[in-house]
Design a protein around this ligand. Structure first.
Ligand SMILES: Cc1cc2nc3c(=O)[nH]c(=O)nc-3n(C[C@H](O)[C@H](O)[C@H](O)COP(=O)(O)O)c2cc1C
Length: 310
């Protein structure tokens, strides 16, 4: 058999393989670039970038849990101006590495202005809009938990960029498809899911919360079945492509997401316990396709079966 095709087209972005790194778990790529060639990736999604620099929450910001981690980093980042000046040039050295920039803000205007600034920079393939942020003007309820607010953020970002816009959804909702349909209607070119699930951990000696922020986002293998379920439910309803993530640590995990309907996948928390996870997943995906005699990775997308016919 010839080498299987690993290339996918995601929302107009040509990816040489469907494996990306999830926002906030891979920094701006520099640390991992010392371990392996970032060109092995389908693409990189960088840490959330905001209008102004942010220090994030005070420590402790990470708590380990049996099958994942809780984090409350609080969007620490150097701000959009420094990102473009000090971090983007490094990534642009990689000719074959689409760079997707995750953006965040406290108001719709924040998102719009960050989107505009990034659109004027060279070397960015798409924007991923983190709508899990609190909407300061509407009492701090996350944009991503209300279909109307989610719509407004995506509409404003679309109006300020020509880049493809990927809406990154929060799983902290009752019906994920309601939000997905809303961002699709607002013009999103793709959907990333899932972001972290709200959780909490308590120190039973001090009787205090472990995280300084009290609550944090749960990620890692523990969340995978929830993420696969949400990808599958969403894929039934929308026609824009889905970038699946949540607990992916092996090629087999990623294949589950693709069968559920994801066109591409992102590796997050696994980067922390196995810094080679992403390139291993690319290799594992190729091996799987060869073993199963599948010529094209796109054949996996949404191929879930409900009958026992093999
Ligand atoms: C330490 C940490 C920081 C994160 N920062 C961001 C962020 O800045 N923006 C964002 O949209 N998601 C962020 N995420 C969420 C991840 O990109 C991903 O959606 C989530 O962790 C689920 O995938 P995983 O289980 O593979 O980590 C962060 C996750 C972790 C663990």
């Amino acid at each position: 058999m010839n080498e299987p095709n690993l290339a996918v087209d995601f929302a107009g972005i040509k990816l040489k393989n469907p494996v990306l790194t999830a926002s906030g778990t891979f920094g701006f790529g520099r640390e991992y670039s010392r371990l392996w060639d970032l060109n092995l990736l389908g693409g990189i999604i960088v840490k959330a970038v905001t209008l102004e620099p942010r220090l994030g929450n005070p420590p402790p910001r990470i708590a380990e849990t049996p099958a994942g981690i809780l984090n409350s980093i609080g969007l620490q980042n150097p701000g959009v101006v420094s990102f473009i000046r000090d971090y983007l040039p490094f990534l642009r050295q990689y000719e074959d590495l689409p760079v997707i920039v995750n953006i965040a803000g406290n108001t719709i205007e924040d998102y719009a202005r960050v989107a505009e600034k990034l659109s004027n920079a060279e070397g960015i393939s798409a924007l991923e809009v983190n709508i899990s942020c609190p909407n300061v003007k509407q009492g701090g309820l996350a944009f991503g938990t209300d279909p109307e607010s989610a719509y407004q953020v995506i509409e404003a970002v679309k109006a300020n960029t020509d880049l493809p816009v990927i809406a990154k959804l929060s799983p902290n909702v009752t019906d994920i498809t309601e939000i997905a349909l809303s961002v699709e209607e607002a013009g999103a070119d793709g959907i990333s899911l899932i972001n972290t699930l709200l959780g909490m951990a308590i120190d039973i000696n001090s009787w205090q919360p472990i995280l300084s922020n009290v609550v944090g986002g749960l990620s890692g293998p523990a969340v995978k079945p929830i993420a696969v379920r949400m990808v599958w439910q969403t894929a039934q309803k929308v026609s824009i492509p889905i970038l699946g993530m949540g607990g992916i640590a092996t090629a087999e995990d990623g294949i589950e997401f693709m069968l559920a309907g994801a066109k591409a996948i992102a590796v997050g928390t696994a980067n922390f316990f196995n810094p080679y996870a992403a390139p291993e997943i690319v290799a594992g995906l190729k091996r799987y396709l060869k073993e199963k005699n599948i010529e094209d990775v796109n054949q996996l997308c949404g191929a879930l079966r409900f009958t026992k016919n093999n």
